[in-house]
Design a binder for this molecule. Structure first.
Ligand code: EPU
Length: 441
């Protein structure tokens, strides 16, 4: 099976990109649907590898899931029959651990493997498991089988405060809270707009979830049942990919639909770098090259900060800036898999050490004192990129590497297309429409 891209670079990209639905909402609404009664219709679901893998997984548990139109999915979890998530399928996709919620809801007991997903750090789920326990769920981990065994003895209730916020952790505990017959309060939550979209979806089906800055309160609700189809928000990561590529290639690209409030930290940094950014009608933004790109250093942070998912593409744009910039990754501990690959293309980029006063509180992962971390890079621009054979190790690095090849002189081979396609719908078609030369080989 072809799993590489052949890319001929060095062309300014121009045109319009219609964003697909957000991966990180699609996956959670699919899992949430298994807690509803009857059919659940979700629109704007991207046909990406992570979604397709998850659909296979929920079908193996007894659910039905069918695309009735291009991106409209109908799910029915009424006949769930299996409370054990298969080890191989479960470890393929990280959000499989969120199946704790519908399986506990349906069976009161379930077996869920330790999650897999992108290789961007250890990615433990300790905070989330502590949350399950705090809400009254019995959870045991068996290191021999790699499975968590969870059981509901009493309906979940009470309060849990995340030591440090977790995006999927917040979402899972919120879904667990739907089973309460009293009240569940989650504090120090993550605030990504994707979480907000999930709240809208659940509340539109009868859930009683109240978000208040850093806190979520979930009160008893009756059976969840959908009245109208729900349309998920656009993918912000996809927007950043095409916007940075437009500028780095000297191009001019319109992207939408997007609510500008949800990408304000990105727009601010783009303007700082001298990129042309224009809001045009109907939730559309135009990103256009308007002269020298200025180097802008960033630190990644949870929303409303500059997202960790965006930094690999920011690095690509900074390769074309005139001067030095740095990227300091604070959320995950292994998000620079693209650095060595970029060097193969001729990029002037290196790891640096940035002294931090109190790394335990500065970083969002569980920082260990005696471990060596590589959390920062320096990019010395502008780099003239040439062709090379490069390899994708994780999803967001994949998008950055494909974009770098689109900026490189000559023909490059980018291996690992299926990793990029875990999160990008119609990547080849969208790039080709902008005038980029790319084909799957
Ligand atoms: N963490 C722990 N223990 C926990 C939970 C998190 O140590 O129990 C650590 C993580 O290892 C990480 C940090 O805390 O270092 C933040 O992790 P978080 O839980 O917030 O991230 P996530 O829920 O695993 C989601 C997205 C990521 C996105 C982050 C940040 C999904 C499926 N994944 O991950 O998206 O980068 O939030 O917003 O929603 C991607 O789409 O490529 C992707 C990686």
């Amino acid at each position: 099976m072809s799993d590489s891209y052949l890319i001929k670079g060095c062309k300014p990209l121009t045109g319009e990109v219609i964003l697909s639905g957000a991966k990180n909402v699609a996956l959670k609404t699919i899992i949430g649907a298994l807690m509803f009664k009857g059919n659940v219709t979700i629109k704007n679901i991207p046909k990406i590898n992570d979604v397709l893998d998850l659909l296979e997984l929920i079908k193996s548990l007894g659910a039905t899931a069918n695309f009735i139109e291009k991106n409209t999915l109908v799910i029915n979890g009424d006949n769930l029959k299996n409370n054990r998530v298969d080890l191989v399928s479960g470890s393929k996709i990280r959000v499989s651990f969120m199946l704790f919620a519908p399986l506990l809801h349906r069976f009161g007991e379930c077996f869920v493997p330790n999650p897999g997903g992108c290789r961007i750090g250890a990615r433990p789920i300790d905070r989330t498991v502590n949350g399950l326990i705090a809400l009254g769920i019995k959870v045991k981990y068996d290191p021999e089988t790699g499975y968590y065994h969870a059981k509901i003895v009493n309906k979940p209730k009470g309060k849990y405060c995340f030591k440090k916020p977790s995006h999927t952790g917040t979402e899972l505990l919120m879904m667990i809270g739907l089973m309460t017959d009293k009240e569940v309060i989650i504090e120090n939550i993550a605030n990504e707009p994707e979480i907000n979209d999930l709240v809208l979806y659940l509340n539109s089906a009868g859930a009683n979830i109240l978000e208040d800055k850093n806190k979520i309160t979930i009160r008893k609700s009756f059976e969840l049942k959908q009245k109208d189809a729900f349309t998920i928000m656009s993918d912000r990561n996809e927007l950043v990919t095409y916007a940075t590529l437009a500028i780095a290639s000297g191009g001019d690209v319109i992207v939408g639909p997007i609510n500008g409030n949800l990408i304000s930290s990105f727009l601010e940094i783009m303007r700082k770098a001298g990129a042309g950014v224009e809001e045009i009608s109907n939730f559309k933004y135009r990103f256009f090259y308007k002269g020298i790109i200025r180097p802008v250093s960033i630190e990644t942070l949870p929303h409303p900060g500059f997202m960790t998912d965006w930094q690999p593409n920011w690095a690509i744009m900074m390769l074309k800036a005139v001067g030095e910039s740095t990227i300091h990754e604070r959320v995950f501990e292994n998000r620079f898999s693209y650095v060595e690959e970029l060097k193969k293309l001729g990029a002037n980029i290196k790891f640096i050490n940035i002294e931090v006063q109190n790394p335990k509180s500065f970083y969002h992962f569980n920082h260990e004192e005696n471990k060596t971390y590589q959390q920062a890079i320096k990019i010395i621009g502008p780099s003239d990129l040439h062709s090379a054979i490069i390899n994708i190790a994780d999803l967001r690095a994949g998008a950055a590497l494909a974009c770098a090849a689109l900026l490189a002189d000559g023909e490059s081979v980018v291996n690992g297309a299926s990793i990029l396609e875990r999160g990008y719908e119609n990547f080849v078609e969208k790039i080709s429409k902008l005038g980029g030369e790319i084909k799957k080989v």
